[in-house]
Design a protein around this ligand. Structure first.
Ligand SMILES: [Zn+2]
Ligand SMILES: [Zn+2]
Length: 119
């Protein structure tokens, strides 16, 4: 699973995946879900909490300057407030897709119900 192409469209980050699926991520949601240690509140390699407290967002925090592919397995958004530490692996990014189809399949994956999906 990898992006065939991606682009920034206004306040949306659009990814076209190699299976033809299209994902539309609102920039604000993408930034708030930033996986870096500072944003996710996880300790860094040295066991310290990076950032030291809740993230303060500015309007620029939800604007994308660019997005770079990293090492063929991740995308790294370059936010307009200078924040560029979040590495979105393709898997994480696809799992974050907000469309109904993906939401449904996540629901089924998370549920322990033995019932098959669909009707
Ligand atoms: Zn971050
Ligand atoms: Zn989707």
């Amino acid at each position: 699973m990898r992006p065939n192409s991606y682009q920034i469209l206004g306040e949306t980050f659009v990814v076209i995946w190699d299976d033809g699926h299209e994902s539309y991520y609102p920039l604000e949601a993408l930034r708030r879900a930033c996986p870096c240690a500072g944003c996710s509140g996880e300790p860094d390699l040295f066991g310290r909490m990076a950032g030291g407290g809740p993230q303060r967002y500015r309007p620029e925090s939800f604007q994308l300057r660019s997005v770079e592919a990293t090492g063929n397995y991740a995308l790294q958004p370059n936010w307009a407030d200078g924040h560029s530490f979040g590495m979105w692996t393709f898997e994480r990014l696809r799992n974050f897709c907000p469309c109904e189809d993906c939401e449904e399949s996540r629901k089924w994956a998370a549920s322990a119900s033995p019932k098959p999906p669909g009707e």
